[in-house]
Design a protein around this ligand. Sequence first.
Ligand SMILES: C[S@@+](CC[C@H](N)C(=O)[O-])C[C@H]1O[C@@H](n2cnc3c(N)ncnc32)[C@H](O)[C@@H]1O
Length: 297
Amino acid sequence: MFAYLAFENFSDELATELKNKKAISDRLFVSETLQKCIWAQVIWYDCEILEIESVGDAVKALKARGKWWALYSFDHHRRAQLVQDQLPKYKMPPMKFLGEVPTQPMGAWTMIEKNKILVAAKTSSPFPLGEIHFDEDKETPPSRAYLKLWEALTVEKTLPAKGSLCMDLGSCPGGWTWVLQQAGARVISVDKAPLDPKIARLPNIEYRKKDAFALKPEEIGPIDWLFSDIICYPPRLLELVQEWRASGLCKNFVCTIKFQGETDWDTMAKFLEIPGSRIVHLFANKHEVTWILTQSA
Ligand SMILES: C[S@@+](CC[C@H](N)C(=O)[O-])C[C@H]1O[C@@H](n2cnc3c(N)ncnc32)[C@H](O)[C@@H]1O
C-alpha cells in the first residue's frame, strides 16, 4: 500500500490525479498502486497499518522499523505527539542552495485511530514529509520568488554553466535574475516592470523593458537557458515555449505554469507531451507548477 500526502491546499488536485484511492484525511490518500503524481508532496512506500495498545507500543513499533520519522497529524494530535516526542529527534539544517540533498531514509507515520497507526519506513523524500526549507537570504533578493529557482536547481542538481546566456522572462523584481547572475551566467532579464535597482546594477544583467510575448527568438538569437515566471494563462506560455523549441535556439527551460482559477490539466498534458520534459510541484510553488526541460548542463 502507498500513501500520498497532498501539498497543502491542493488535495483536490491530488484526488483528481490519483486512481483507486481512499481518503484517510483531507490531505492523505492511500492506494494499492504506485502512481506518478504532481500534487503529492511526498509518497509513503510499503505502508503498514498497525494496531497499538499504548504510546510505548507505537514508539517500539516505529523504532523497530526505522530511525527517522516525520509525523503527519490530522487527529489524536496529543497522543500522536507523545509518540513522536519519544522518537529520535532529527535536526535537519536548512538546505543551502545547490547543497547536498540528504540521503538518509525518512519515514512517515500518522495516527488514524486511537489505537491504529499508518506507518512507512521509506518515503519518496529525504525531507520530513517532503518539506524543503532553505537557508534563506533575507538581505539581497528583492522577493521570495528566488526560492522556487533555488529549489528547482538544487533538487534537479543542475545549474547554467558560468558564462552561459540565460533569458529570464517576467523577471521583475529580480529574484531569478539574481540567482542566475550569482551563478555566473549572463542574463537577459525581460519584464514590462523595472528590476529592483540593487539587482539592475549588478554586472552581466541586460534588462529589457518588453512584453515577453512580443519578443521573437530570432531577435534574441541562441541562448542556453530560458526561464519564465511570467504571470499569464498557461496556453500562452505553451505557445511561447513551442515557438522557442521550433526555433532551435534554446534547449533548456525552467518555466512556472501559473493557474488562475481552475488548474489547467489540458495545458499541463500538452507541456508533458514535449519529449524529455517533466512537471513538478515544488514545495515553494503555490497554485502553479514548474515545467522543466534540460538537455545540456
Ligand atoms: C511572479 S512575478 C516574477 C518574479 C520574479 N521571477 C522574481 O524572482 O522576482 C511575474 C512577473 O511577470 C511579469 N509579466 C507579466 N506579463 C508579462 C509580459 N507579457 N511580459 C513580460 N513580463 C510580464 C510581471 O510584470 C511580473 O513582474
